[in-house]
Design a binder for this molecule. Structure first.
Ligand code: DON
Length: 573
């Protein structure tokens, strides 16, 4: 059916056509073998490293670093490469958050979160009876917010870029145009999503073919390559205006969506003040609103600070009890108070005030579970597929970046003729504030839908410094579990003194206030579970929690880890 996918692979690898040699002096042509690549889960590097959700994207990052690009240059190249090789979550049709720490010691964050379209309104997902119809906020054209990724990368480039932008996006163009071998995980994902891709698209996208996908099949994305070329030529205008914008608006008209030409033209990415706080001598640098990630993380770290958790021991019942109670309280606050700061007044200072933090834990009785209904009301609601990458360069610049189209393959809508998947980020708003949705979850007023508003996120890209020097770059996908995954990873590193490998790969747990259960991964220690159950906690096994990408610098060596939970892979030098 799809001619591209019937094409036999002609060569075993391709040469990325000169993208790194323009203007860089006499250098060897740079090659990426897009068909024979290895997933590298764990390695150490002396100078620079990348950990991302896909080996080809990590390799693109490594090549940029090798050519003298900074971590920020590499991050832009990796964001675009992931949009090609990891359509599950990598994107130009979504948004994200970038945390940067420069070698000069400055911290910055860029918010390129999607926005509600101008025609969006608070009750847009309610049916005539006033019931929330979440199929509409989760799938199809109406689920898409105005994408932010291309504007975000342009803002990042204008602020930090040192290499020619054309070279940073060229690897993505080559991977889209010439194709690459997909992993088994991607093949399974595309097969699982085939019916939705057919249902929600008026033109059959490159992700659909007659026979099931298998590992090592070639994926060629010609339309996406052309869209990337327009961005290469015209920058963000190549996306938000002209041909690409026209294709998006036409797609909206065909599918009953509401993103308009003005929405696209009017989208701006924002620089925001980073959240910076001390945790027992470590400096934690993370993302503020409209992601709740940094604020909730800070609340949890502040609540836990007075307790000797290292002495309790990793996943001891004392440690789990304390962490769950801290999570319960912080997630309740998230639900109640947090939303886009451009639209609602979030009492940020109060939420992290020392006296407030202390008061939150006054009713904490060690080894006793409290009840979520006794803790302030509200709820979180997230779907799951996002991606994170971490980069350190040889000068000590660091980037921690989490980007998403929300669910796996987003809204499942591929913009006809433009070849990229639109997000379903509208589902991160509360479709019906204050009323339980069909999963029994509550929404909040602070995060209700309004035109131009950004939906609340949990993404928590984070950087850690110790003694003023780079120490760790951490982040993960995982919807509502993002913040607790980063929290656990930080405690594993800073309190339990684990290697990056263990910090990432040990089993995780998660509590989000409601429902009042501790979610655990399948490999969670059964004896620990029994011990904590005797305290009165309820456990529920769920699929993997997060896919955490950690770079850790100890004794001048970078330990790089890609999570075992996916195709995550590291590269470096
Ligand atoms: O912004 C958020 O918090 C969600 N849209 C993230 C979704 C996510 O992490 C899915 N990943 N597995």
């Amino acid at each position: 059916m799809n001619l591209q996918n019937k094409m036999k692979r002609i060569t075993l690898f391709f040469i990325i056509s000169g993208f790194l040699i323009w203007g860089c002096g006499p250098q060897q042509p740079v090659t990426i073998d897009a068909y024979n690549y290895q997933i590298v889960k764990h390695d150490t590097f002396q100078q620079a490293a990348v950990s991302s959700a896909h080996p080809l994207a990590s390799e693109v990052g490594r090549l940029i670093l090798e050519q003298g690009g900074t971590a920020m240059d590499a991050a832009i190249a990796v964001q675009y490469a992931l949009a090609v090789v990891y359509p599950n979550a990598g994107n130009i049709g979504g948004g994200g958050f970038m945390v940067v720490h420069t070698k000069e010691g400055q911290s910055y964050t860029i918010d390129y979160r999607e926005k509600a379209p101008g025609l969006a309104h608070r009750d847009m997902y309610l049916d005539s009876l006033g019931n929330a119809d979440l199929t509409q906020s989760q799938n199809g054209h109406l689920a898409a917010g105005v994408p932010g990724s291309v504007a975000g990368m342009e803002l990042a480039y204008n602020k930090f870029g040192t290499m020619d932008f054309k070279k940073l996006i060229q690897p993505a163009i080559d991977l889209a145009e010439k194709g690459f071998a997909i992993t088994e995980g991607e093949a399974n994902g595309l097969n699982r999503t085939k019916d939705d891709f057919v249902r929600y698209n008026t033109q059959i996208p490159a992700f659909v073919k007659d026979q099931p996908w298998k590992a090592n099949d070639t994926l060629i994305q010609t339309d996406l390559a052309n869209t990337l070329k327009r961005i290469q030529q015209n920058g963000a205008k190549g996306f938000y205006e002209g041909e690409t914008a026209r294709l998006i608006v036409e797609e909206m008209k065909r599918g009953g969506g509401i993103i308009s030409e003005q929405d696209l033209k009017g989208y701006v990415a924002q620089e925001r003040a980073p959240i910076v706080f001390d945790y027992k001598g470590y400096e934690i640098i993370t993302m503020g609103l409209p992601s709740s990630g940094g604020l909730v993380l800070q609340q949890m770290m502040e609540m836990i600070k007075p307790y000797p958790i290292a002495q309790y021991g990793f996943q001891s019942k004392e440690a789990i009890n304390l962490m769950v109670e801290v999570e319960r309280r912080a997630y309740a606050d998230r639900t109640e108070y947090m939303g886009d700061p451009d639209f609602v007044d979030v009492p940020v200072a109060e939420l992290i005030d020392t006296n407030y933090i202390r008061s939150r834990m006054l009713d904490f009785v060690p080894l006793q579970p409290s009840k979520s209904e006794d803790i302030k009301a509200g709820l979180v609601k997230e779907k799951e597929e996002t991606t994170h990458f971490s980069i350190i360069d040889k000068d000590g610049n660091m980037v921690s970046l989490t980007t998403t189209i929300n669910g796996a393959y987003g809204s499942r809508v591929v913009v006809g003729g433009a070849g990229f998947i639109l997000n379903n980020e509208m589902d991160d708003f509360s479709a019906k504030p204050g009323v339980p949705n069909k999963f029994g979850l509550l929404g909040t007023e602070a995060n209700s839908i309004a035109p131009g508003k950004r939906m609340l996120s949990a993404m928590s890209p984070t950087i850690v410094k110790k003694d003023g020097k780079p120490y760790a770059v951490v982040g993960t996908p995982g919807g509502s579990t993002i913040i607790t995954s980063v929290f656990q990873t930080l405690l594993n590193l800073l309190e339990f003194d684990m290697s990056a490998f263990d910090a990432v790969n040990k089993p995780k747990f998660h509590h989000q206030w409601k429902p009042d259960v501790i979610y655990i991964e399948k490999n969670f220690d059964p004896q620990t579970r029994k011990d904590v159950e005797t305290l009165g906690y309820i456990f529920e096994e769920r699929r993997n929690i997060g896919r955490t990408e950690v770079l850790l610098i100890r004794n001048g060596v970078i330990e790089a880890v890609g999570d075992w939970r996916g195709d995550d892979s590291v590269a470096g030098m």
